[in-house]
Ligand binder design. Structure first.
Ligand code: C2E
Ligand code: CA
Ligand code: CA
Ligand code: CA
Length: 281
């Protein structure tokens, strides 16, 4: 009975109760967030470490909740994944961001047009009619597939290798590239690196954050860069926050970088101003 009492006490500890309630509220509000137009797309630049030019942007969703203010994705993406709402959410972000990229390409014509990276949850990526959905959006926004990149994590490749292989083929026909996000944090089985035609590895922030202090991180980053080079895969380093991290990665031969040192994710208007001023496009 004592053990029971303790367990029950833990379950109903006030903080957990509040947490559960908050989660319930978020869940029901999230269903209405799209039609209420509460979701926003922020953009973070992806920069060439060799010549500091702007390669493209990553779309990152935000939720402008009427009472709770701006909610970061880590607080609602997991809930959206559990409830299946993620498919509609990812589609909305894709549509919105493609529209925006199309505008930017028009406004800032360039020999190397900007690219757009969009995060895709596994549930969405494994959808059989995924490419039809993408075709429709590209068509509506007059955007070419070669400027769109989809970011997925390692777990997506492992959970569903057969259907994923088919999707890769369909995406390849459209010149849509796939990036492996958070590289190094997942299962780290390297076999899928040549099994699937991946275009870009994104080195997880955790390896970048104490690059100069921890020798083992530098060794891991060096190894990832050598391997990617061998396989003909590009590399983006995530979470660059300091000048020394940026220089370290540049000296190791990493092509692209992303992080607060360049810019935090910003709304579309701020990004437009950045493209015009800082990146001189
Ligand atoms: P992610 O795809 O790995 O995105 C990078 C995250 O790192 C972003 O967090 C970004 O704001 C943050 N970040 C970028 N540079 C730095 C830096 O220098 N230092 C630090 N400390 N952080 C940095 P954010 O925007 O909060 O997004 C968190 C995660 O939520 C994303 O991680 C992604 O997994 C997920 N997510 C965001 N938008 C979407 C979406 O539209 N669909 C799906 N399925 N997932 C999304
Ligand atoms: Ca990402
Ligand atoms: Ca990442
Ligand atoms: Ca992540």
């Amino acid at each position: 009975a004592k053990a029971h009492g303790k367990a029950r006490h833990e379950v109903f500890a006030p903080s957990m109760h509040a947490q559960a309630l908050k989660q319930l509220h978020i869940e029901s509000d999230l269903w209405r967030s799209i039609e209420r137009q509460e979701l926003l797309v922020y953009y973070q630049p992806i920069i060439s470490l060799t010549n500091n030019s702007l390669k493209g942007v990553e779309a990152l969703v935000r939720w402008q909740h009427p009472e709770q203010g701006l909610i970061p994705p880590d607080e609602f993406i997991p809930i959206a994944e559990e409830t299946g709402l993620i498919v509609a959410l990812d589609r909305w972000v894709l549509q919105e961001a493609c529209q925006q990229l199309s505008l930017w390409q028009e406004q800032f014509p360039s020999v190397t047009p900007l690219t757009l990276s969009v995060n895709f949850s596994g549930k969405h990526f494994a959808k059989p009619d995924l490419t039809e959905e993408i075709d429709l959006i590209l068509d509506q926004t007059s955007l070419k597939g070669e400027y769109l990149k989809l970011e997925i994590t390692e777990s997506v490749l492992i959970q569903n290798p057969e259907s994923v292989a088919e999707i890769f083929q369909l995406l390849r026909e459209r010149k849509i590239e796939v990036c492996l996000d958070d590289f190094g944090t997942g299962y780290s089985s390297l076999s899928y690196l040549h099994r699937f035609p991946l275009s870009i590895l994104k080195i997880d922030r955790s390896f970048v954050s104490n690059l100069e202090i921890q020798d083992s991180n530098a060794a891991i980053v060096r190894t990832i860069l050598a391997m990617a080079d061998e396989l003909g895969i590009g590399v983006v380093a995530e979470g660059i926050e300091t000048t020394s991290q940026m220089l370290f990665l540049k000296n190791l031969g990493c092509q692209w970088g992303q992080g607060y040192w360049f810019s935090r994710p910003v709304d579309s208007e701020t990004m437009t101003a950045l493209i015009a001023s800082k990146y001189g496009m």
